[in-house]
Design a binder for this molecule. Structure first.
Ligand SMILES: Nc1ncnc2c1ncn2[C@@H]1O[C@H](COP(=O)(O)OP(=O)(O)O)[C@@H](O)[C@H]1O
Ligand SMILES: [Mg+2]
Length: 405
C-alpha cells in the first residue's frame, strides 16, 4: 500500500516551473530518494508534501487521507499532516538544551512533561545521543546537531519522514558514517523516508528506489540498479556519470544480445542489455569508463566480442586509478583502470593498444523520439571528444569524436 501518493504535482514561481507534473507513489516503510542537480525541484516537491508550499496543480495523499487536491482548492495545513522534516540547516532552538529541542514537538501537542521526556530520551537513544540530553545544542558538533534534528523529527513517530539534504553540511567522513546510521534508523523504525539529495552515492547506498529529477520533472523512477544500469535518457546517463555516450543504431537483436553500431564506426559492438531495443532503433550507447579495459588479445580474435584497436592519447594517474583517453574508429573514449601502480601497467601515451568493452556494461538508451540523436547520426564524426559534456543539461549530443591520424 502506498503511504504517499503524489499525482500531477505542479508548482510555479512566476515563469519558473519548479515542479512539473510530478507523480510518485511511495510504499509504507520505503526509503525513496529524490535525486537530481541543484535547482531541479527536489526541495519544492518535499515542501509541497509537508505543506510548506502551496502547489498550483495536483493531488497529494498521505496514508488514507487527501492532504492536497488543487482541483477542489483543498489543502490541509502543515501541522495537521503526519510528517516529520529534517533540513540541511538543522533549524534547532539554540537557547534550548538537547532534550528541550527534541521534546518540543510533543510539548507543542500538549503532552505532559514526563511522557514527552521519556519519548525524547528514546529518540535520542535511537540516534546515538543518549547521555547528551542536558547539553546545550550550541555546544554540539555539526554531526551531533543533525542527530538532534533527526531525533526531533522522529519523536512524534510520524508516518512519513522528509529529509532535505540532511548530510550536506557535514564533512565527508561524517557523511559516510551518518549514511550508515540513517539506514540503521530506517530499518529499526521501518518509517517511510523521502530523502532529497544531489549526491548519487547517498541515493544509491540508502534507497529502495530513486526518483531522478530534471527541470522539475521526475524523469526516471526505479531501484538503484535499474536506474544506474538502464538510464532512461541520455541526460540521466550523463548525470549518473557515464563518461562515454555515443549515438548509434541497433543492427540486430538476438535472444541474449544485440549488435549496435556507433555512428561512423566500421564495426559494431555486442551488448547484452537488450530489453529496450529492436533492430533499426536509434540509440545512445552509454559505457562507463570502468567497462573499457586493455586486453592482450589481438583485436581480430573471433572468440571474444568487443575487442577494438585503439590508440592511447593520454594517461592520467588519479591516485588509485589510471584514466586513459583512447581513440577508436574516430571516437574518443575514456577508460579507467583501477590500480595502485605509479605507472600504467597496460598502456602508455602514444602507443597502440587493444581495448575491450564489457558486453554486459553497454547500456542502450532508446533515442527514437530524440531528434538530436538522429541529427548526430547524420553529422560527420569530427566533433570534440565524447565524454561528460561541460554543460550537463545540454541535450545536443556530442557525436563521434576527433578523427585520429
Ligand atoms: N521561493 C521561491 N521563489 C522563486 N523561485 C523559487 C523559489 N523556490 C525555488 N525556486 C526555484 O524553483 C526551482 C527549483 O528549486 P528547488 O526546489 O529549491 O530545487 P532543488 O532543491 O532541487 O535544488 C529553482 O529554479 C529555484 O530557483
Ligand atoms: Mg534543495
Amino acid at each position: 500500500m502506498s503511504i504517499v501518493s503524489i499525482g500531477g504535482l505542479t508548482k510555479r514561481y512566476g515563469d519558473v516551473t519548479a515542479v512539473d507534473r510530478v507523480s510518485l507513489d511511495i510504499g509504507d516503510g520505503e526509503f525513496v530518494a529524490l535525486l537530481g542537480p541543484s535547482g531541479c525541484g527536489k526541495t519544492t516537491t518535499l515542501r509541497c508534501v509537508a505543506g510548506l508550499e502551496s502547489p498550483d496543480e495536483g493531488t497529494i495523499r498521505l496514508g488514507a487521507g487527501t492532504v492536497v487536491d488543487r482541483s477542489r482548492g483543498y489543502e490541509l495545513p502543515p501541522h495537521k499532516r503526519d510528517i516529520g522534516m529534517v533540513f540541511q540547516s538543522y533549524a534547532l532552538w539554540p537557547h534550548m538544551s538537547v532534550i528541550q529541542n527534541v521534546s518540543y514537538p510533543l510539548r507543542l501537542k500538549r503532552q505532559r512533561k514526563p511522557a514527552a521526556r521519556a519519548k525524547a530520551m528514546e529518540a535520542l537513544e535511537l540516534v546515538g545521543l543518549a547521555g547528551y540530553e542536558s547539553r546545550s545544542v550550541s555546544a554540539l558538533s555539526g554531526g551531533q546537531q543533525q542527530r538532534v534534528a533527526l531525533a526531533r523529527a522522529l519523536v512524534r513517530e510520524p508516518s512519513v519522514l522528509l529529509l532535505d539534504e540532511p548530510l550536506s553540511n557535514l564533512d565527508a567522513a561524517l557523511r559516510t558514517q551518518m549514511r550508515v546510521e540513517l539506514k540503521r534508523i530506517h530499518e529499526q523504525t521501518r518509517s517511510t523516508m523521502v530523502y532529497v539529495t544531489h549526491d548519487q552515492e547517498e541515493a544509491v547506498s540508502m534507497s529502495d528506489r530513486i526518483a531522478v529529477m530534471h527541470d522539475g520533472r521526475a524523469v526516471q523512477i526505479g531501484s538503484p540498479r535499474d536506474v544506474f544500469d538502464e538510464p532512461s535518457s541520455r541526460w540521466v546517463a550523463e548525470f549518473l556519470g557515464y563518461e562515454n555516450i555515443l549515438p548509434g543504431r541497433i543492427e540486430s537483436v538476438g535472444d541474449a544480445s544485440a549488435r549496435v553500431r556507433p555512428d561512423g564506426w566500421d564495426t559494431s559492438l555486442t551488448s547484452t542489455r537488450t530489453t529496450r531495443c529492436s533492430a533499426g532503433d536509434r540509440v545512445w550507447i552509454a559505457i562507463r569508463s570502468t567497462a573499457i579495459a586493455f586486453d592482450d588479445a589481438p583485436a581480430d580474435s573471433q572468440d571474444r566480442p568487443n575487442l577494438l584497436d585503439a590508440k592511447v592519447l593520454r594517461s592520467t594517474f588519479l591516485g588509485t586509478a589510471f584514466e586513459h583517453e583512447v581513440a577508436a574508429f574516430g571516437s574518443h573514449l575514456v577508460a579507467k583502470q583501477i590500480t595502485a601502480e605509479q605507472s600504467s601497467p597496460a598502456a602508455s601515451q602514444g602507443t597502440d593498444a587493444v581495448v575491450r568493452i564489457e558486453p554486459g556494461q553497454i547500456a542502450l538508451i532508446p533515442a527514437a523520439d530524440d531528434p538530436a540523436a538522429d541529427e548526430a547520426g547524420r553529422r560527420p564524426a569530427n566533433e570534440a571528444a565524447t565524454g561528460p559534456a561541460a554543460d550537463a543539461t545540454a541535450d545536443e549530443p556530442v557525436a563521434g569524436g576527433g578523427r585520429v591520424s
